[in-house]
Design a protein around this ligand. Sequence first.
Ligand SMILES: [Zn+2]
Length: 88
Amino acid sequence: MEQFCPRCHEQQVYKSNTGSIGRYAGLIGLLIANSTASYNCPTCGKISLEEFPEEFQSGIKRKRIFSIIGAVAVFALVIAFVFARELM
Ligand SMILES: [Zn+2]
């Protein structure tokens, strides 16, 4: 998703992942880390989500919800798989 910086309107913001949770917590951690990543402008630095236009904010929120649903679905599949193996 391309979005221009709400401060300078010149540079495109890029996503930066917060920490290295994803690497250690596997796929679920990766999904969570991805949904909590912050946006940065090359000249202005970190931009908080509140500074972006409403349309962009709602897009992010939707993506976050899908990420959480995805994480839960993966978790449920893993549990189901483990149970299926136990029963066999
Ligand atoms: Zn900027």
